[in-house]
Design a protein around this ligand. Sequence first.
Ligand code: HEM
Length: 416
Amino acid sequence: MAATEIPQFNLLDHGLFVDREPWEIFEWMQREAPVYRHPDEDDGFWCVTKYDDVLDVLKRAKTFSSEAGGSARIGHVEPDVLEARRNFMETDAPLHNEWRKPFARDFTPKSIGRYEDQLRVIVDEVLDEAFEKQDICFVHDIAALIPIRVLGTILGLPPEQFDRLIELGDRMIIDSDPEIAIHVAGSPEAEAFKYLPFGSEAAAELCAMGRQTIHARRGAPKDDVLSILANMEVGGCPLGDRDLDNNFALFVVAGNETTRQSMALGLLALLKDDRAMSEFSQPGGVTDQAVDELVRIASPVWHFRRTATEDTEIRGVEIKQGERVVVWFAPANRDAEVFDNPHTLDFSRKKDEHLAFGRGGPHYCIGTHLARLEIKVLYEQLFPRLKSIEQTGQERRLYSNFTNGFKSFPVRITAK
Ligand code: HEM
């Protein structure tokens, strides 16, 4: 794309993300319009795509609120709907601190380390079945199974619920894809469910599953995350059913699809780059630093939203109070001003620099250490068993401008 040519694009069109990752559009924005006013049916919204600017917005959480208009949807959400669906990711300080603090303790590297043995067993079980089949879909047969089983264990859910949670969680988060959602977000049919978590018909069943455990843990806590949720107080009061549902749904959705897609996008990046694959798969190659670089390339989150609470500016561009600001995580992770050869895996890059987990602000992903450990253990246990791995068909991408990833990814794995 020439420097002066203004491309025609619509980032609200999920179809734009279905054939490929449209990097050239983001590169144009980074070069020509780093704070870009994107039109929509209302008054338009700002797109922030440069690494430094995304970091700036995430850090200035008072000016760029997650609470005012929510963070999960670019479009305006009616105030009563926003309120009914609010989880703690869509709160600001001081309320956000009160919510996050009790959970944060359970997601430190030390705390997560307690689950490593169980994680290794889960990964081995998943790999045993996958190697038996040989011709597999990497998404369904490996990447989807690990995060939900690990998350279910940490939350304290009964194992017989895990597989069902995969389907329900997918229907909630990939609500733009008619092959996955029962009612596509924004459709007249979806209207009836707008007050449920994430506005999804799948929420009723998903939350009913969560409530069984949450009610059992009330007054009888165990060492799991749902015990914290069941017994915590916010503003001096125990949580009502709506808060319990919304935040249970948040954990299931946030910890599931993201990690799965990071595993899948990461594998594709490795399969396309023999040098990187041989470096990563050699004994000792799956280092923390290398895993972090894989997550940079394999960023599963396209964007989150903020709302300006006062008149301000980003990179000298005036932003008015009430305007929507959308931060694009995956493109910022490929900002050539920060990452040399940004589309290439380079395991010598500095750890912890990328923005895939939303570094810099109060909403920094609480599951960072868990996600990294899951990805690390998957590859640590896959490579020693693997004679060969090859892609056997075209991957099919999600119809989503929110989640970057695949619905299917056929590969053949051969054991040593
Ligand atoms: C590769 C995997 C993952 C990626 C790329 C990822 C990405 C993110 C990002 C970008 C945010 C910030 C949202 C914002 O700024 O508005 C976030 C928040 C969050 N993530 Fe993750 N996530 C991953 C895995 C997980 C896991 C495994 C969990 C498990 C519990 C989790 C739970 C959460 C929660 C609860 C929040 C909200 C935190 C807050 O608002 O304080 N995530 N994640």
